[in-house]
Design a protein around this ligand. Structure first.
Ligand code: ADP
Length: 477
């Protein structure tokens, strides 16, 4: 099967979150199963720099009247996976974050930037025979690729089967209805049975309405999206898909996230040889300027600093964490007030709290390796990847029972299956209680060791998830 995967970020070319991890690893896993997969991604400067062997440029003209563009073909670094890159200097020739300027404001022409991604995806599908590669299936990720199924459904001509994956319903890609003509969508698409969403255009709505099948990244999140509270106003449209809407838990790249072969950490370790983890903890304490206490439970956080991630709850529960003799190492960027509060906490407790505002892939690995537990107090969590990495690194998740967290972490109270600590409501007292439970459990080394061993034995590799995607793709193509 020829599968075209379309996403606005793909690791290791460009990444702001879990979407990039999935958009890089799932195509690789499908290719490993023998499928013919190609990726399509916007040519931001970082992507043009990092794509290997990029060439064979094909002029595409100016499909949206927003700038000339051309299509190049290269490889994902260090792999044989083929990547199509759209070069369009007027829309993509900006350094930094793919969605926003240096001050954090969304680019005002994001509707055009991501309409172009979808438009080129549709072009590749329609003219695939000319390119020598006619896709059998288009896999569009999140709102940035949401118009691709719409363009294909709204035009006559060759059309592959389409699957739209929702990685986060909180990002609906909403633009004023006045943008419609610039997007090249016909008037009749502006309807409840189309791209319309409460008087605006939603790219996410476009994807979920026009795709042959919609899925999201965990079974529990799929159920949550069907409720008025969890569906962000899309629950009706999703319910209307019936059995054409489902949930498939993400996997992780087990080569990239492997404590036994991780170049970013001080000493490698494995479930069978755990001595290295204690050394990694000491190294992390040293790097973070924390008191070198081997017996202090060390909590890690690697997260966007937003309300969705429950980072305000973390601020509220910090006194409890410190009262239990714990330490915190946090890496993240996000909402300025949360950043400021966390930095103030670090300043007040420099030997117990370390906060690094920024994006640092290698430090994320060292936090996973050196921490005892990882805090993931998300209000909503479609799948969540950090808790999966954590378990592989013998770092026990303390997480809210929601979405993919509920599907991947088993609470310490469940005999014979426990891998972490879950709490139900997104409140400070419940998070604080979970931290208390984890701290108490940490001081029982035998019990903690059993939890850790079981967490490290879990198999979250992409193989099983990729097979589920493949089954779905085959049923459609
Ligand atoms: P989301 O996609 O909602 O941000 P996920 O848990 O699915 O959350 O994925 C987050 C990914 O981004 C993980 O790979 C995590 O390690 C990474 N990440 C998040 N923040 C940072 C940061 N500040 N520095 C390095 N990596 C980060």
């Amino acid at each position: 099967m020829r599968i075209l995967s379309v996403a606005s970020e793909v690791y290791p070319l460009v990444k702001t979150g879990g979407l990039a991890d999935v958009a890089g690893a799932l195509p690789a896993a499908l290719a490993a199963l023998g499928e013919d997969v190609r990726i399509l991604v916007p040519g931001y400067p970082a992507v043009l720099d990092a794509t290997e062997g990029l060439g064979g440029w094909l002029p595409l003209g100016d499909p949206l009247g927003a700038g000339e563009c051309r299509l190049g073909l290269g490889r994902l670094p260090g792999t044989t996976l083929r990547v199509w890159v759209i070069e369009c200097p007027t829309l993509y020739g900006r350094p930094g974050n793919p969605y926003s300027d240096a001050a954090g404001a969304d680019w005002p022409d994001n509707h055009l930037r991501f309409a172009l991604l979808a438009r080129v995806a549709a072009l590749v599908c329609e003219a695939g025979a000319l390119l020598g590669w006619p896709p059998d299936l288009l896999h569009a990720h999140d709102w940035q690729a949401g118009l691709a199924p719409a363009y294909l459904a709204l035009r006559a001509g060759r059309r592959p089967a389409t699957v739209f994956t929702i990685h986060n319903i909180q990002f609906p890609g909403i633009f004023p209805a006045a943008a419609l003509p610039a997007l090249g969508l016909p008037r009749e698409s502006y309807s409840i049975n189309g791209v319309e969403y409460h008087g605006n255009v939603s790219f996410l709505k476009a994807g979920l309405y026009y795709a042959d099948h919609v899925n999201t990244v965990s079974p529990t999140y799929a159920l949550e999206l069907l409720t008025p509270e969890g569906g962000s106003g899309f629950h009706g449209a999703l319910a209307a898909k019936g059995d054409r809407f489902s949930g498939i838990l993400n996997g992780i790249d087990t080569a990239l996230w492997n404590p036994a072969r991780d170049a970013a950490i001080a000493v490698p370790f494995s479930a069978a040889a755990l001595q290295g983890k204690a050394i990694d903890k000491a190294a992390l304490q040293r790097e973070a300027g924390l008191a070198p206490q081997a017996e202090a439970p060390l909590f890690g956080v690697i997260s966007r600093l937003t309300g969705q991630k429950g980072m305000d709850l973390l601020v509220g529960a910090l006194p409890e964490l410190l009262a239990g003799g714990g330490q915190l190492v946090l890496l993240g960027t996000g909402e300025r007030p949360i950043e400021a509060t966390l930095l103030a906490a670090a300043q007040a407790h420099p030997r117990h709290v370390h906060v690094r505002i920024g994006y640092d892939e290698a430090f994320a690995h060292r936090i996973q390796a050196g921490s005892d537990a990882l805090l993931v107090p998300s209000r909503h969590e479609p799948c969540g990847l950090t808790q999966l990495y954590a378990m592989r690194y013998g770092t026990l998740p303390v997480a809210r029972r929601t979405g993919g967290l509920a599907d991947s972490v088993v609470d310490a109270a469940v005999p014979g299956a426990a891998t972490g600590f879950l709490f139900d409501r997104g409140t400070v007292p419940e998070l604080a209680a979970a931290i208390r439970r984890a701290s108490a459990a940490y001081h029982d080394p035998a019990g903690w060791g059993r939890l850790r061993e079981r967490a490290m034995q879990q198999d979250f590799s992409w193989d099983a998830s990729a097979r589920r995607y493949l089954e779905l793709f085959r049923s459609l193509a």
